[in-house]
Design a protein around this ligand. Structure first.
Ligand SMILES: Nc1nc2c(ncn2[C@@H]2O[C@H](COP(=O)(O)OP(=O)(O)OP(=O)(O)O)[C@@H](O)[C@H]2O)c(=O)[nH]1
Ligand SMILES: [Mg+2]
Length: 228
């Protein structure tokens, strides 16, 4: 289950995770329980269709738990079900109550707090409240491709005692990386994360392509914006 305030990247990250695990051979489904924002259903459905994973949601449902309960019997066939939740612009009582109920109903194996890299010092209060509400097991820091380096978001980890699991590094579905402390520190210090780059290349191209790529490098005919 992914939780977080408005615009931190929950829905985008849900689809990135679906792609990540699908690529690794897992049978994945995406579910939206966002009954707050009318466009949330279509946003996640479009992403699920694009990736080619099953999607669950109900535009007419009034309560997030109703959606989960409606489909729960169909979820056993999946290895991983990624559940997107609604955000709010602040951690108000309504959101806390909603997540509390969802948490008790779903009993997710992982409850991941999605935080944008630019959150700064607000991270501490948010992390505390989310943790009290639904026991955070991991943190995902998004928008690390921007100017913010995510230092504030790291506070969330010390508060929740939950590790950063993934980082978001762009708007595209593939722009998700496993968190590596050394790469992260490299970024904080203004150095690149070469290991992640190598892993991405490894995932995206065959050995033969790699040899070909090597030749192109030598001939200086290479485009770095090839979609990974
Ligand atoms: N550059 C960049 N943009 C991102 C990243 N992750 C998400 N975004 C963008 O952030 C915006 C908000 O993302 P959403 O996934 O809709 O955020 P959300 O948390 O689901 O928002 P609500 O459902 O309104 O609470 C979108 O424009 C995304 O494309 C990232 O890692 N990098
Ligand atoms: Mg959303």
């Amino acid at each position: 289950m992914l939780v977080g305030l408005f615009g931190n990247g929950k829905t985008t990250t849900a689809s990135k995770l679906a792609k990540y695990y699908q690529k690794r051979g897992f049978k994945v489904a995406l579910m939206t329980t966002d009954t707050w924002r009318p466009a949330a259903f279509d946003q996640l459905k479009q992403l699920a269709d694009k990736i080619g994973v099953d999607f669950y949601g109900d535009k007419t449902a009034k309560h997030p738990t109703d959606i989960y309960n409606k489909f729960v019997s169909q979820l056993k066939k999946y290895d991983i079900v990624i559940i997107d939740t609604a955000g709010r612009d602040a951690l108000n009582d309504e959101l806390i109550e909603e997540l509390n109920t969802l948490n008790k109903t779903i009993k997710a194996d992982e409850t991941l707090l999605v935080l944008s890299a630019d959150i700064g010092q607000a991270a501490q209060k948010q992390a505390e409240t989310f943790n009290e509400t639904c026991n955070i097991t991991g943190v995902i820091i998004t928008k690390l491709d921007g100017t913010a380096k995510g230092g504030g978001a790291l506070t969330a980890c010390s508060v929740t005692k939950a590790p950063v699991k993934f980082i978001g590094v762009g708007e595209k579905i593939d722009a998700l990386e496993e968190f590596r402390p050394d790469g992260f520190v490299g970024r904080l210090l203004g150095m690149g994360d070469l290991e992640s780059l190598l892993e991405k290349i490894h995932e995206a191209i065959s050995e033969e392509d790699a040899k070909d790529l090597g030749k192109k490098f030598l001939k200086r005919r290479i485009q770095l914006n090839r979609s990974l």
